[in-house]
Design a protein around this ligand. Structure first.
Ligand code: M6R
Length: 635
């Protein structure tokens, strides 16, 4: 939620900041702004709405300032108006701050600061920060403390003292017209990465903003504050103790964060899915595995001791990751015979199940920064912290960003290897999460001996077919679905049905449609429809049904017929041949014959394409749907 960037070096900052913000716009697009230091003054330009509005304001400005900060906002406190846009300044306009997160104690701070004469001009929690830093600076100048941070810089010390008074989750970047050669950043539970160049340094909420300039990065840890100058970067903890840090090298390139000729990132990411599945297979399948090797065919790097004694699994996640978790539950229960509960992370934290012995808690989050998911995992870790036996904390993360906060929090990570996803609607990361669950379930099944070697081999063979099968759906169906989408431009309600392992795919189809086309949609287990939702059906409500051959195939077809009898237009996602399908469905979206248990990887593709093309036909901003943000770092 919200993206922040900063630059200190020798080049003009504003262009670099703007480009960085463009790569972070997925984090929020209610307003944007940048602040630089020009002629000894803070020069702040802000605009309501998307980044283009800010760009228009900046066009024609000749601003050579080599230091600045920028922000793109997803509104939490205060309406999405220009006066609430970041950067925010202190009363004298000498300090500018951008923030990602929420300052929970902002009300008390605001009252205290107002009492000291600070003038507030916005409704935001963030505005307390520049005022607080300004007050700290006044006190420090009057009575300089004798410590390392004050020795390094009074601005650093003022920010350090200020962040120690802030409660909540935040990442900030601060500049001051009185300290024109430094940029101060701090992190507490919200991501912030520093990029290292030659005599120039960058900071950002996420690496895509800086990967065009440098691949040497240092993610700040919680409770760390850094002073960036043209000479280098010094990192301290909030107590003021210097931390020794070494940047690491990203294996990304700037092209990965471009659209590469696709109209939208979402479509590009849908098309990347065969490659993502291939990468997962190459990464996690032991090459040339044979049963005689006596090792698991899956190489997740998780040692036996980690999960030898588990007898139950809990999964916490949100949104699309929650749907992947439901598929995971199916696999873990059916293959590894492990009872598995899936909870919304936002519910788990405040109504946690009792502490269960021999439990594995899995957090699934593509961004690794979703506040609800992190909070749920932290809560469980905390309540088990003194336990060493069966009640001990055991956390596994499934994420596309192993370097994220989740990566630091959990004991083990499965990196989903999908590459950066820019479209707000998750597509390729979902498929990669499903792959992670196939691997985890197979690894557990092998070690727990709940599947025969033959069954494991058959499943691995099936997994290896998936990239080509996904490719064939994309090649054969995209044009057709694009045409089909035309019929639904004015549709107001959709129903998605699936059963068993494809029920979560029905939920995912409905979520995709809601998110990017703003059409009301509901996903249901097909057998549940007759218990209520069937009342919604008439000729204006299309029903998309996933029907894959398997134990409940006939039942799904009967459920679909029940909908057809109520005049609903039935769209089937199925490998049935045309003649058979014509008896059941009004419209057929054929998919290859795939074992039902592997089919979610294939059946989700038409769902993604359908929602994409309906939204695109409606002329909507597919990559940045209204009110949403890619990374939801507030609870
Ligand atoms: O980064 P996460 O996977 O934790 O994100 C969870 C949800 O916010 C996310 O899946 C959201 O529902 C997406 N916009 C779905 O397309």
């Amino acid at each position: 939620m919200c993206g922040i960037v900063g630059y200190i070096g020798t080049k003009a900052a504003s262009g670099i900041l703007l480009e960085g913000l463009r790569k972070l716009e997925y984090r929020g697009y209610d307003s944007a702004g940048i602040a630089t230091i020009l002629d000894d003054q803070i020069h702040c330009v802000r605009a309501k709405g998307k980044l283009n509005n800010l760009q228009e304001k900046l066009d024609g400005e000749d601003n050579p300032a080599p230091l600045g900060i920028g922000h793109t906002r997803w509104a939490t406190h205060g309406k999405p108006e220009e006066y609430n846009a970041h950067p925010h300044r202190d009363t004298e306009g000498r300090i500018a701050v951008v923030q990602n997160g929420i300052i929970e104690n902002y009300r008390e701070l605001r009252e205290q600061l107002k009492a000291k004469g600070c003038e507030f001009r916005s409704q935001t929690d963030t505005e307390t920060i520049p005022h607080l830093i300004s007050q700290k600076l006044i006190a420090i100048k009057a009575n300089p403390p004798n410590n390392k941070t004050a020795e390094a810089s009074l601005l650093l010390e003022a920010v350090r003292q200020a962040v120690n008074e802030l409660q909540g989750a935040f990442a900030i970047a601060v500049i001051s017209a009185d300290f024109p050669d430094e940029l101060i950043v701090a992190r507490q539970q919200a991501p912030l990465v520093i990029g290292f160049g030659q005599g120039e340094y960058y900071c950002a909420s996420d690496t895509p903003a800086i990967v065009a300039y440098t691949r040497a990065v240092l993610p700040l840890e919680n409770g760390e504050i850094a002073r960036m100058t043209r000479m280098g970067v010094e990192v301290y903890n909030f107590e003021g103790i210097r931390q020794r840090k070494t940047p690491r090298t990203l294996n990304w390139n700037p092209v990965m964060v471009e659209k590469q000729g696709f109209r939208h990132y979402m479509l590009k990411e849908i098309y990347e899915q065969p490659g993502v599945v291939r990468t997962c297979l190459e990464t996690y399948l032991v090459p040339d595995w044979t049963p005689e090797l006596g090792i698991s065919p899956i190489r997740l790097g998780i040692p036996d001791e980690f999960y030898a004694d588990i007898n139950q699994i809990q999964i916490v996640s949100c949104g699309t990751s929650w749907h992947a978790s439901l598929v995971g539950k199916y696999l873990l229960e059916q293959l590894a015979q492990l009872p598995t509960a899936v909870q919304y992370a936002s519910e788990f934290r405040y109504s946690p199940p009792p502490m269960i012995p021999n439990n594995l808690l899995i957090g699934v989050t593509q961004s690794g920064e979703t506040a609800d998911t992190l909070a749920a995992l932290e809560m469980d870790k905390k309540r088990r912290k003194d336990e060493t036996g069966p009640l001990r904390s055991r956390l596994l993360g499934i994420t596309n960003r192993a370097e994220s906060t989740l990566g630091e929090l959990v004991d083990r990570v499965i990196d989903t290897q999908a590459g950066i996803e820019i479209g707000v609607a998750a597509t390729k990361t979902f498929v990669a999460q499903l792959m992670a669950f196939y691997f985890l379930s197979l690894d557990l099944s092998y070690r727990r001996k709940t599947m025969t070697i033959e069954a494991i081999e058959k499943m691995i063979d099936g997994l290896r077919q998936l990239p080509a099968q996904v490719e064939s759906v994309l090649e054969s169906q995209e044009r057709y679905i694009e045409e089909l989408a035309h019929d639904f431009v004015d549709t107001q309600d959709f129903i998605f049905l699936g059963r068993g392992i494809n029920f979560p795919i029905a939920l995912e189809g409905a979520l995709k449609l809601k998110e990017i086309s703003y059409i009301h949609a509901e996903g249901y287990p097909a057998g549940e429809m007759k218990h209520g939702p069937i009342a919604l059906l008439d000729s204006k409500v299309p029903v998309v049904t996933i029907a894959m051959p398997g134990p409940v195939f006939e039942k799904v077809l009967s459920n679909a017929q029940e909908a057809r009898a109520r005049d609903a237009r039935l769209i089937g996602i199925t490998p049935m041949d045309e003649v058979e399908a014509a008896e059941t469905f009004d419209t057929l979206i054929p998919v290859p014959h795939v074992d039902e248990i592997l089919s979610p990887i294939v059946t989700v593709i038409p769902m993604q394409l359908l929602s994409y093309h309906i939204a695109a036909r409606r002329g909507l901003d597919v990559d940045q749907p209204r009110n949403l943000a890619k990374s939801v770092t507030v609870e």
